[in-house]
Write a protein that binds this ligand. Structure first.
Ligand SMILES: [Zn+2]
Ligand SMILES: [Zn+2]
Length: 254
């Protein structure tokens, strides 16, 4: 197994594949179905994700990306079936909004023990044709489990969370995690971010599976982030350029 990744079993049919060696600590999730499985996000594209997936399942894999940011689409190069929200399909096929130099700068921002076969000078941002376009309320049917697509713009225009009602799992992407929530660059929208949190808090959720940082994340964080955004909004501070606001186990960069 590629030692770049850490694999943990969440339950009998769900795995998390993490990149803890990198400062971004990304997480991808593999949901095992009956005839196929679903991979949520693909990480940085630094290690060989396909090799990891092949050891966990021999079912066909469909990939959904929570949004088209470089740290979620890195492993798309290994897969054929790729689903993305309508609002970000162009970022996959045409123009990724961040220049490659900036992406590489971010990738190597902190000292990191990259795999020996990885060469930053050959790093490329995935470009390709999605095979499915997602909309709010779409259902991905794995027969034994149904996964709902929830459009949650703000961090990016086509950001989605995935919700599994039977297990009360929320795969929250970059909308909810224990770290700095980013809504400060031009393609973000702090107001939409606030509305997306408000949409999510109405769901019955028992476990949150974020795309970054600690997996020991308590569902109460949803209420706390909701309150933080609304406090910023009602005090007139929820606008680009106002900086970073710190809270107990997260911060908001607008
Ligand atoms: Zn992102
Ligand atoms: Zn991310």
């Amino acid at each position: 197994m590629d030692s770049w990744f850490t694999v943990e079993k969440i339950d009998n049919e769900t795995y998390v594949i993490s990149e803890y060696k990198h400062w971004e600590e990304t997480h991808c999730y593999l949901l095992i179905g009956i005839d196929k499985c679903l991979l949520i996000d693909t990480g940085l594209g630094v290690g060989n994700l396909l090799e990891v997936i092949n050891r966990l399942t021999d079912l066909p894999v469909e990939v959904v990306v929570t949004h088209v940011h470089w740290d979620h689409i890195g492993g798309l190069k290994y897969f054929k079936n790729i689903a993305v929200h309508d609002a970000e399909k162009e970022w996959l096929t045409n123009e990724f909004p961040i220049p490659i130099q900036l992406v590489i700068k971010n990738l190597i921002r902190e000292p990191c023990d990259f795999p020996t076969y990885f060469n930053k000078d050959n790093y490329e941002i995935f470009k390709g044709q999605p095979t499915a376009i997602l909309q709010d309320n779409d259902i991905i049917d794995l027969e034994n489990r149904k996964i709902e697509i929830i459009h949650t713009p703000g961090h990016s225009p086509g950001h989605i969370c995935l919700y599994e009602p039977d297990k009360k799992y929320l795969y929250s992407g970059d909308l909810i995690y224990m770290g700095k929530l980013d809504a400060f660059y031009p393609t973000t929208n702090p107001y939409e971010f606030m509305k997306s949190i408000d949409k999510i808090r109405r769901l019955a959720i028992e476990r949150i599976f974020p795309a970054h940082y600690s997996l020991s994340i308590n569902v109460e964080i949803i209420e706390n982030i909701d309150k933080a955004f609304k406090d910023l909004f009602y005090s007139g501070k929820l606008a680009h350029g106002n900086g970073i606001f710190y809270f107990e186990n997260f911060s908001i960069h607008i």
